[in-house]
Design a protein around this ligand. Structure first.
Ligand code: PLP
Length: 442
């Protein structure tokens, strides 16, 4: 039986464990990264890694942009030199214009270029979190955000936007009980990783009320915002925060953007937009961490964005929309009763709840060995436990026919296990239309 690597610590490092800072205690390898190591096998259809399709990278435009930069002595010299911690001025101007299109009026002083959105999350955690402070986040949430924030030893509280006792007073009390204050309200409001969900306008407004009532800063992780395949865009939370606060300087929100999903993640270029008082401190953190993001990559990504991003987006959206549709159609025709799944309006992920009692982690070795399909067990995305019967599927890498084949194969396995668990004789067939499709989650 295939052993799925766990996010366990490295034995060779054990002798040092007593010397590590307390914050290292919560640092474990990402389950997803561990999983990706065993997925190089060509016989496996991977729905695990949420990475963009390399066939959709504008590789020729990158080659041209690098060549043009190196052909120009002045630009070449600048590109190979140290530069500003805040980031490339021309790129920050592009971001100012891009943010204005989204309803966020700002100036270059409100923009910090980061080494991907991932670094933005780390820096925001470093700036805002003392040990014991509270981060309010959805469960499930983006695993990379949990990894970034956890280094600063916070307490996590579940974000609930639809009623219940999740009032500012509730969060303030529980934060106090854990020895800190509510500091961050972290959300991926558009086509979230991993749930695929999008917050509607009313939810975004409630989030800002919660920020107001708790004193926390909203961290709007907009990694997938530009990958919308259906429905109308909802304004960024940061745009609503600007309305409420009379402009970016009064906004209770920072916006984390990235070129990773739209151009190429290898360049590692992202950005934070927020009030100057926050950005200025983040610039100091940037200086201490790595001085600045790569000068060459910033210059080139700016050139490529200006040259082709607007034309590329429809191509990306069309390709990913077709893959999403293939995955949803395969689920509708082959998932056994009791299975529920999200219908994302964009992004790269479908979130699945298996019939009660099926443990997605325990099923994974059989999924890989028998169904020849990999996914990420959903439990990895919960900071407070739970989600054992959930899994995340990414539709970004495979073509439609492969997605259809992989999903049918996976659902045949789920059907067999569900049938056995419910004591039915034999296992159900996975033939299209022969099963009761699960209800869609939104
Ligand atoms: C929600 C979310 N935020 C941030 C990131 C990190 O993106 P970047 O490549 O810009 O660091 C990812 C990457 O998968 C993501 O899914």
């Amino acid at each position: 039986m295939l052993a799925i690597p766990t996010a366990s610590s490295d034995h060779a490092a054990q002798p040092w464990a007593a010397q590590f800072a307390s914050r290292a205690g919560g640092m474990v390898a990402s389950e997803i990264r561990e999983l990706l190591k065993i997925l190089a096998r060509p016989d496996i259809i991977s729905f695990a890694g949420g990475i963009p399709d390399p066939a959709l990278f504008p590789a020729d435009q990158f080659a041209q942009a690098y060549a043009q930069l190196f052909a120009d002595p002045a630009r070449r010299a600048r590109g190979l030199q140290y530069s500003l911690s805040e980031g490339d001025p021309a790129l920050r101007e592009w971001i100012v214009a891009h943010m204005a299109e989204q309803g966020v009026a700002c100036t270059p002083e409100n923009v910090l270029i980061t080494t991907g959105a991932q670094q933005a999350l780390d820096f925001i955690g470093k700036l805002m979190l003392s040990p014991g402070d509270t981060v309010i986040a959805t469960a499930p949430t983006y695993l990379g955000a949990l990894q970034a924030f956890s280094a600063y030893e916070p307490h996590y509280e579940r974000l609930r936007l639809d009623g219940g006792n999740a009032t500012p007073a509730h969060y303030l009390d529980s934060a106090r009980a854990h020895g800190g204050r509510p500091k961050l309200l972290y959300v991926v409001p558009d086509f979230a990783n991993p749930s695929g969900e999008t917050l509607d306008l009313a939810q975004r407004r409630r989030l800002l009320e919660l920020a107001q009532g708790t004193g926390a800063l909203v961290v709007e992780d907009a990694a997938y915002r530009q990958l919308r395949y259906a429905g109308d865009p909802v304004p960024p939370i940061t745009a609503l925060a600007c309305e409420l606060g009379g402009g970016i300087e009064g906004a209770r929100s920072v916006y984390c953007g990235t070129f990773s999903k739209t151009l190429a993640p290898g360049c590692r270029v992202g950005w934070i937009v927020g009030p100057r008082a926050v950005i200025e401190k983040l610039v100091l953190i940037k200086q201490a961490a790595d001085l600045h993001s790569g000068t060459l990559d910033q210059a080139v990504i700016g050139d490529v964005a200006r040259a082709c991003l607007a034309d590329r987006l429809p191509v990306l959206r069309d390709a990913y929309r077709r893959r999403r549709d293939a995955m949803l159609a395969a689920l509708a025709s082959s998932a056994p009763a009791g299975t529920r799944w999200s219908r994302p309006d964009g992004g790269l992920f479908v979130w699945v709840e298996l019939p009660a009692g099926i443990d997605a982690r325990a099923l994974l070795p059989r999924a890989i060995e028998e169904a020849k399909v990999a996914y990420v067990p959903g439990g990895a995305f919960f900071f407070d436990g739970g989600g054992a019967n959930t899994l995340r599927l990414s539709f970004s890498l495979a073509d439609e026919a492969t997605i259809d084949r992989g999903m049918r194969s996976l659902m045949a396995l789920v059907t067999e296990v569900a049938g056995r668990q419910s004591g039915e004789a034999g296992s159900a067939s996975a033939g299209a239309g022969s099963l009761v499709a699960g209800a869609a989650l939104r």
